[in-house]
Design a protein around this ligand. Sequence first.
Ligand code: PMP
Length: 372
Amino acid sequence: MTIERLVNPHIRELQPYVPGKPIEEVERELGIAGSVKLASNENPLGPSPRALAALGNDLADIHRYPDGACFVLRARLAERLGVGQDQLVFGCGADEVLELLVKTFLAPGDEVVMPWPSFAMYPIVVRGMGGVPVRVPLDADLDHDLPAMADAVSERTKIVFVCNPNNPTGTSIGAAQMADFVARLSDDVVLVIDEAYFEFVRRSDFPDSLALLAERPATLVLRTFSKIYGLAGLRVGYGIGSAELIGFLERARHPFNVNRLAEAAAVAALDDDEHAERTRALNAAGIDFLTRELEALGCRVWPSDANFVLVETGEPGTADALLREGVIVRPMGGFGLPDHIRISIGMSEENEKLVKALQRIRQRAAIPEPRS
Ligand code: PMP
């Protein structure tokens, strides 16, 4: 008897998420050193110094279970966001909040409408519950095709995902477009607005998704401490919703899903406005630099409100070629965009290293191979 026969069919057929490889592994495989990783949308400045100090203070207490309610983090964040404490749910990354959401709302066969390309975990968590991902292609500008997404909602739809700004394109939805979409959306579906990159947004007409919560209770906004706060390795993210919706997600949650160190670091990072501001400034300068330099090399750089840019290089294989130059970026072939790469914004020297590497690749391609 094989184990496979016993596995739930929707798990058997699941393709696991492929994360960016750790830098050490890539270097070992290629026998190189000194490479830079611009592949996982991490904070190049590192964690907030305040978070590091808080971790030091908390280390001696890790024999104690964490506070399962995230009492301190909940109070601070509720105050900062201007929402009730019962409007927040915390998870082991925003990833876990996604899991709680599908566990709470999806039954096998239920449909979930999502933009595509978008965050690769959406179809995975949906399939993991036996749900059916309904992928709606982005439009020609790689923006959400919101009218097509509204059309894709059927009586079988339980959840609709919006990713704003969208990963991997960096493109964002404005307030007017979002309002039109919400007006068309049935009240019978849960709307998830994934704002993992919220703190990097530069457009002035970005939608106020928290204002929507009062008007549309079946809405969940997702945010994370992995990006601007630089705590990706500790894993803490959160959802903001109506007290009613959050109450159901709380039923599906494990009691100690946010670890002690993660909570302590998140509380400290939340207060570190200086670190967040430095990160934002570094990111904005990096986007502007890469856009200018890569456009000068003939690439198309998509406008980004996040901490990465999507780049059409015009030829496949650029991510591999960059890897050999010691620069790790994310290939986009899995999204059907083989001539695109996603570049996370790094420190200025890392961004420069990437540009120089691409220049070298371009020069080599322009010189005909010597005949043998
Ligand atoms: N949503 C989006 C759009 C993301 O890009 C990510 C991280 N890559 C997440 C959610 C999950 O973030 P985390 O689990 O690190 O909080």
